[in-house]
Design a protein around this ligand. Structure first.
Ligand SMILES: Cc1cc2nc3c(=O)[nH]c(=O)nc-3n(C[C@H](O)[C@H](O)[C@H](O)COP(=O)(O)OP(=O)(O)OC[C@H]3O[C@@H](n4cnc5c(N)ncnc54)[C@H](O)[C@@H]3O)c2cc1C
Length: 464
């Protein structure tokens, strides 16, 4: 009789069943849900999906995968946009969404300790009664572990920074199952290599994040939102540049072009607004400070042809406005039903924003594609959501061509291919141009040191 040698992944599955039980599943529908994120890559089914509950389980599973050379792709909520969670080499999709405990909150030190599956919405709900909030706010229901792994940000980054500035320390399980703690609780530390920031943005390729110590903030005394509409994109962009260069400490300054506004007006039922380029703004501080900041920005906007400056202090109106902004991506999809979005994510120095954004607008016109523009423009970061028919290769090729043009212009202007979404599969081709071969070689050697068998999210960041 022939004896068949089991595949390494089957050996891992059999061994991991002993401690994960039914939480290690081969169910087809669940594997399909883990086949890709919110992107247009061709899905790949993992061999199995593991739903972990504890650091110890992650450690045991990784030790097994390391021993048998089986790929592991960490999975938070699967909202990433560049093919990050597509398990291109099969193996185990490691789902961390059940690790969602808020373990500590310290109002005195304004920090908190959470598991990676917590979403920012859950955290803010939990914090509200204590007068605290966590400001990093991507427009998706993503996990904070996923945010750390992609170095995410949101509308508040212009004032409070990205996730990078708001993580004090991490617990990370390394590829071979060892568990390390990075960082600490202090606001400052000059105590060796900054491992926390090495793992932030590493996209699940260097380790699995199992605990996060976050900075928290007091809810400001006053918050005022404002909307201002412009006759053309250039006037809106120049208002942003002037505001930032003057040093007005805006909490949020977001730009939506006329196409994005048309989509948002229809999707979020925004009354009294016209489909013209628009800035959504917010000011945080004392009553006096927010009034002063809002008046300064209103004066700058008026100088640039802005009109209809509408202020809102009440929570209901402010929430409606920011919900509309956070729903911008879904508004784009509803604008052309049946289509998927490819979101570009360039970021440039603020003085080059007009060139980058107006150039992108020209590229979109020339491409003939629908691509609303929306952006965290205070940081020099904006997205074009290129609407394509999923699976239509010609459409996808045109979209990627447009993406490339927008990225290359941004790079020429001293910018980056990704301000916040990350590299995944989609942005790998730009890394060498952006960092140079030597820096990329250093990144590869870090990967080799921490994951010598290349089991962690293989195929991502580097093209090989
Ligand atoms: C509508 C919409 C709006 C968005 N808006 C924004 C925005 O404003 N700003 C922004 O930055 N992004 C935005 N995104 C992109 C996305 O939400 C972020 O990239 C988010 O951080 C991904 O989190 P996730 O939990 O979904 O991670 P996933 O998509 O599950 O994973 C993302 C990457 O992180 C890795 N990973 C996940 N969890 C861990 C972990 N615990 N340890 C190690 N690696 C891990 C995965 O392997 C993968 O490489 C948006 C996406 C959508 C669909």
């Amino acid at each position: 009789m022939n004896s068949i040698t089991p595949r390494p992944v089957d050996t891992v599955i059999a061994a991991a069943r002993a401690f994960l039980g039914e939480r290690l599943t081969l169910n087809d529908a669940i594997r399909q849900q883990h086949g890709r994120g919110e992107d247009t890559t061709t899905p790949t089914l993992p061999d199995a999906v593991a739903f972990v509950d504890t650091t110890e389980e992650v450690s045991r599973l990784l030790a097994l995968c390391h021993q048998h050379g089986v790929p592991v792709t960490p999975f938070g909520a699967g909202t990433s946009l560049e093919g990050h969670v597509n398990p291109v080499r099969g193996g185990i999709s490691l789902d961390l969404s059940r690790m969602a405990a808020i373990e500590e909150v310290s109002a005195e030190d304004m920090d908190g300790l959470i598991q990676p599956g917590v979403t920012r919405q859950q955290l803010n709900e939990h914090l509200r009664d204590q007068g605290l909030f966590f400001p990093v706010d991507p427009g998706s229901h993503c996990t904070i572990g996923g945010m750390c792994a992609t170095r995410a940000s949101g509308t508040n980054a212009v004032r409070y920074g990205t996730i990078r500035e708001n993580v004090l320390g991490l617990e990370v399980v390394l590829a071979d199952g060892r568990v390390i703690q990075t960082g600490g609780r202090t606001r400052k530390a000059a105590n060796g290599y900054d491992l926390t920031r090495l793992f932030i943005g590493s996209e699940g390729t260097l380790g699995v994040i199992t605990r996060i110590r976050l900075r928290l903030y007091g809810i400001p005394e006053a918050m005022v939102s404002a909307v201002c509409q412009f006759p053309d994109l250039a006037s809106a962009v120049n208002t942003v540049i002037a505001t930032m260069q003057l040093g007005v400490p805006v909490a949020r300054i977001e730009l939506l072009d006329e196409v994005q506004m048309e989509a948002c007006i229809a999707y979020s039922k925004l009354e009294g607004m016209a489909p013209t380029p628009t800035l959504f703004l917010e000011f945080h501080g004392t009553e006096a400070a927010v009034g002063e900041q809002a008046e300064t920005v209103q004066a700058i906007a008026t100088d640039h042809g802005g009109s209809g400056f509408a202020w809102a202090r009440d929570a209901e109106t402010r929430n409606k406005l920011w919900k509309a902004r956070h729903d911008a991506y879904w508004a784009c999809l509803a604008y052309r039903p049946g289509k998927k979005g490819i979101a570009t994510d360039v970021c440039v120095p603020i003085s080059r924003l007009a060139e980058a954004l107006l150039g992108a607008k020209e590229d979109i016109r020339a491409s003939g594609l629908d691509a609303p523009i929306v952006g965290h423009v205070g940081d020099g970061n904006f997205h074009t959501v290129i609407l394509v028919t999923d699976g239509d290769q010609a459409d996808l090729d045109r979209a990627w061509e447009l993406d490339r043009k927008i990225v290359h212009r941004a790079l020429q202007l001293g910018g980056t291919c990704s301000g916040e979404h990350g590299v995944g599969l989609g942005k790998r081709e730009f890394l060498e141009v952006e960092h140079g071969p030597e820096a990329l070689a250093v990144m590869r050697s870090l990967k080799q040191t921490l994951d010598p068998k290349g089991i962690l999210n293989p195929g991502k960041i580097f093209r090989n």
